[in-house]
Design a protein around this ligand. Structure first.
Ligand code: NAD
Length: 505
């Protein structure tokens, strides 16, 4: 068993931190094969190493989590909330330098990393405030026939599988309610952005009883082992729809309870009753290009009423052209690189096919460092017009800095276009007329609909969030997530069953 804490190592450039995402089980680091984590803005820079967790590691982690479960689950919710509150303070104190690390491994610009890393303590603290909701069983009925209570019970060992795009924030949307509810955890960071999350989880694990939080980083093998493991009762999975389907199949083995937060193809709908001004245009630039388009609820397609379409396209392309693409650590960058090579190549291929199909692809923005451009997964932002409603770019989840803009003529038409999708995560309606916008919003097959906004922050941790259709199962955030990681138990005392006499005796 290796007990190697993160240490400083000498590199050609001097002393640098060695960052490591290790398998962490009951406070111990386990031996594992590993691979480098590369900076997507400087491909020659190895930021750290990630352990490639196996099914055997998952098994060890489940055993540790199961051993920790009885004591953790028997604490009162307020006692757990106190422990989590203290852990949140420790996480918060450690978080300062971690935003830079996240930018170096993930690529996003620094303010985006700060929001992501800051999410850990913020979400933990939010959930500690919900301890009252678990503290007492509800008296469901109490009368001459007896008393019936209902109460929320923890499910047991819970798996949390995390994608690379907002690794810390998304992990804590599962971790925080699961821990408050009394579950113990096996968390799997993505192999593509594991370092910051692992650093945060190490602090969290150190501040909670041994075995309550276990970490198995890695790729599909570790994820699949969590989805399959019969010692796990619940999985919070955040990732693509295709992987979510695999998780669902694997989870059938012991009928795991699942929360699936999956992909999206969010439409933004600019109604005839909207005013196309700088405010609207700038919001829609944020909505599309924050994190280089790699947020599940970024706007992925824009529909503009034909009366505004030409004006919108002109103003929008001018605004997108002001974006500067470069290393996320440089404050002059408005957009970082995309995170990984498959993503980079997929978007380039999508743009080539979109061009070949006759659409107009307008590549905009500027390169912060033209000399270093080819040393990163940098993509300039693109706006696509003259594109068919059924084109690949319009119907897929592109997850990158490219957006189609399409005209429409009526509300009925645009509702049909927006709903003609396998996804249904979020949508937005843009209008000066609230009633008009609400009327359209209520017809959309979408877990969230935002009015005149559609960016990170539009869905805060207290608001139910999740997808219709292929965008997921269940609702995260708020009380919904707490309910999603508990079983509802009914206790009945002296219920009058005289109306059911039973067999003659
Ligand atoms: P992904 O599905 O490729 O991977 C997600 C996680 O699943 C990773 O940790 C991965 O290692 C793991 N995994 C891979 N194979 C697995 C298997 N067979 N069983 C179990 N786990 C497995 O997704 P990604 O590329 O990391 O993330 C991008 C996707 O996530 C996009 O589709 C995006 O929309 C979606 N996403 C959704 C939300 C939401 O809240 N709805 C939030 C963020 C991202």
């Amino acid at each position: 068993m290796e007990q190697s804490p993160s240490t400083a190592v000498l590199t050609a450039a001097g002393v640098a931190d060695a960052h490591e995402s290790a398998v962490l089980v009951a406070g111990e680091r386990l031996d594992a094969d590993s691979q480098p984590v590369v900076n997507p803005a400087r491909l020659h820079e190895v930021v750290g190493r990630v352990a490639l967790g196996t099914a055997a590691h998952v098994d060890r982690a489940v055993t540790a989590a199961a051993a920790a479960f009885p004591a953790w689950s028997r604490m009162s919710p307020h006692e757990r909330a106190d422990r989590l509150s203290a852990a949140a303070d420790a996480v918060s104190a450690a978080a300062g330098p971690l935003a830079e690390l996240l930018t170096r491994e993930q690529g996003k610009v620094l303010w985006e990393s700060r929001v992501d890393v800051g999410g850990a303590a913020h979400i933990l603290r939010y959930y500690t405030g919900l301890a009252d909701r678990l503290a007492e069983d509800e008296v469901f009925r109490s009368d001459a026939r007896g008393t019936v209570w209902s109460g929320r019970r923890p499910m047991g060992v819970t798996g949390v599988i995390v994608p690379w795009n907002s690794p810390v924030y998304l992990a804590f949307l599962g971790i925080s309610p699961a821990l408050l509810a009394g579950n113990t955890l096996v968390v799997k960071p993505s192999e593509l952005a594991p370092l910051t999350l692992s650093a945060v989880l190490t602090v969290l694990a150190e501040n909670l009883p041994e075995g309550v939080v276990n970490v198995v980083p890695g790729g599909g093998e570790a994820g699949a082992a969590i989805a399959e493991h019969h010692g796990i009762r619940k999985v919070f999975f955040t990732g693509s729809t295709a992987t979510g389907q695999q998780v669902m199949r694997a989870a059938a083995g012991n009928l795991k309870n699942l929360s699936l937060e999956l992909g999206g193809n969010d439409p933004a709908i600019v109604l005839e009753s909207a005013t196309v001004d700088d405010g609207l245009v700038d919001e829609l630039v944020q909505s599309v290009f924050t994190a280089s388009g790699q947020i599940c609820f970024n706007v992925k397609r824009i529909y503009v009423h034909r009366s505004h379409h030409a004006d919108f396209v002109e103003r929008y392309t001018a605004a997108v052209d002001r974006l500067v693409v470069g290393d996320g650590l440089d404050p002059r960058s408005s957009m970082g690189p995309v995170n990984n090579r498959p993503q980079f190549e997929r978007i380039q291929g999508l743009l080539e096919r979109t061009r070949a199909a006759g659409a107009t692809v307008t590549t905009l923005g500027s390169k912060l460092d033209p000399d270093g451009w080819d040393d990163g997964y940098f993509l300039l932002p693109s706006v696509v017009t003259d594109v068919a409603p059924g084109a690949e770019l319009v119907t897929c989840e592109q997850f990158g800095p490219v957006v189609p803009v399409l005209p429409f003529d009526s509300d009925d038409e645009v509702v049909g276009l927006a709903n003609d999708s396998e996804f249904g995560l979020a949508a937005s309606v843009w209008s000066r007329d609230r009633e008009h916008a609400l009327g359209v919003a209520r017809r959309l097959e979408s877990g969230s609909v935002f009015l005149n906004v559609h960016r990170i922050g539009a869905s805060d941790v207290s608001m139910p969030f999740g997808g219709f259709k292929g965008s997921g199962i269940g609702r995260g955030h708020g009380i919904n997530a707490l309910e999603a990681c508990t079983e509802l138990q009914t206790i009945a005392d002296h219920v009058d069953v005289s109306g059911f006499p039973g067999p003659a005796r």
